[in-house]
Design a binder for this molecule. Structure first.
Ligand SMILES: Cc1cc2nc3c(=O)[nH]c(=O)nc-3n(C[C@H](O)[C@H](O)[C@H](O)COP(=O)(O)OP(=O)(O)OC[C@H]3O[C@@H](n4cnc5c(N)ncnc54)[C@H](O)[C@@H]3O)c2cc1C
Length: 389
């Protein structure tokens, strides 16, 4: 392998965005993905303008517009009466205000458009079935080692291997996740199985006490995606692919509005999943020499602010820019990390605090929401000043 190659562990949304950003500045990348097949789980993702701005910069604006939906508005409803507690325009306001759209998209569709773009630049860029388990740095290169056998060498390593990152453990030692006291169900319901009252053209957040649900359409409105989050004392495992019986989520929301109950009860039997929400203490640094972290590997977050993928995509842009402006790899990685640490730490903390917005039925929701939206959506990873903090 060419010694100037950039090695990436993980072909999730973060790894693919990082690859594209490095290809954009003319660098050769090689992604090693643990899974034997490439893909994403069946769930929706909300792409806020700060993320869309980055994807447009990577040349994905047109494909994104075709694959995604622009929601009309964002509505907060009271859990039992459906009374509107907050309504904010999305489709007609986001581009004007923040210079980029707000999109709803199926995760598999976002993953596939990133994947196609990376492979169009280099058909050999990705190797599935390779789990990176260790690394050794020497002089001007980094060697990575795979679980089965074999190794690869390159100029630098970007660990984009998610919340259970092996690269993070190699660099900083293992870390214990802490359960947050919140658990979640997710499901996708065919819109044809639902009455019109349940289907709204925008994003609907149902606000309850210690519980909330977010629902929105994906795939031209053919599927309604939901995430239902509840306070639950105990949970054992991390990870969000454990199938769950639909009765559990239906029972948990049995005193909610009939539209909510209809949505949950209509979940196809093989499409309901439950998982516990875990956090880790934030790292003070992500970088050692020629190796760094990106996305959930660097700053795992709660899903309340819909910023996990957005942060990974922002990281990818800043990393590409830092590499373009600094010939010395170690300096470039310091600039990348220095530019991103405070933004991501703030967003992780903001997501922790967002339970108050979604899981309290009292308070002025318009005011609470407005307090953070500008800071999140107006961040410009494409043009922000780069620097070491
Ligand atoms: C319910 C829920 C809703 C969410 N909604 C949103 C949303 O609306 N908007 C938003 O921006 N974010 C959202 N997020 C967050 C978002 O899903 C994550 O932050 C994002 O997927 C992180 O991407 P990543 O590439 O860093 O990690 P991952 O998506 O976890 O990808 C890591 C990849 O690395 C691979 N891998 C793991 N270990 C190794 C190894 N050792 N070697 C090689 N490969 C490896 C994995 O197989 C995987 O492909 C949500 C999260 C949840 C739980």
């Amino acid at each position: 392998m060419d010694s100037s190659t950039i090695l990436i562990a993980g072909a999730g949304i973060g790894g693919l965005a990082a690859a594209l950003s490095c290809q954009k500045i003319g660098r050769k990348v090689r992604i090693f993905e643990r899974a034997p097949e490439l893909g994403e789980i069946g769930a929706g993702i909300m792409l806020t303008p700060n993320a869309v701005r980055c994807l447009e910069y990577l040349g994905l604006g047109d494909t994104l517009q075709v694959a995604a939906i622009e929601p009309t508005d964002s509505i907060y409803r009271r859990y039992n009466t459906a009374e509107v507690m907050m309504r904010a325009g999305v489709k007609d306001t986001m581009r004007d205000k923040y210079g980029a759209a707000y999109y709803l998209i199926h995760r598999a569709d976002l993953h596939s458009l990133l994947l196609r773009a990376v492979l169009a630049n280099d058909p050999n860029a990705i190797s599935p079935g390779f789990r990176v388990v260790d690394l050794i740095q020497s002089g001007a290169s980094v060697d990575i080692y795979f679980e089965n056998e074999g190794s690869a060498s390159g100029d630098l390593l970007i660990g984009c291997d998610g919340i259970h990152s092996d690269v993070r453990s190699s660099l900083f030692g293992p870390s214990e996740p802490q359960y947050t006291g919140q658990s979640a169900w997710r499901g996708m319901v065919p819109a044809d199985d639902l009455p019109d009252t349940v289907i709204e053209p925008g994003m609907t957040s149902w606000i309850g006490e210690d519980k909330h649900i977010i629902q929105y359409p994906v795939r031209q409105g053919k599927l309604i995606n939901y995430v239902a989050i509840v306070v639950l004392e105990e949970w054992a495992e991390e990870g969000w692919n454990r199938p769950a019986p639909i009765d559990e989520v239906v029972t948990s929301f049995s005193d909610w509005h009939h539209d909510v109950k209809k949505l949950l009860a209509s979940t196809p039997a093989d499409n309901c999943y439950k998982w516990g929400l875990f956090v880790r203490d934030p790292l003070k640094t992500w970088t050692v020499g020629r190796a760094t972290l990106l996305g959930d590997a660097a700053h795992p977050t709660l899903p309340f602010a819909a910023q996990g993928s957005a942060m990974a995509i922002e990281d990818a842009i800043v990393l590409g820019r830092a590499l373009a402006e600094n010939e010395n790899v170690e300096s470039a990685l310091k600039v990348y990390e220095g530019t991103r640490l405070s933004r991501t730490a703030w967003l992780v903390e903001h997501a922790r605090q967002a339970t108050k917005l979604y899981q309290r039925v009292h308070g002025d929701k318009s005011k609470e929401r407005a307090a953070s939206v500008d800071e999140i959506y107006s961040y410009d990873a494409v043009q922000c000043p780069l620097g070491v903090s």
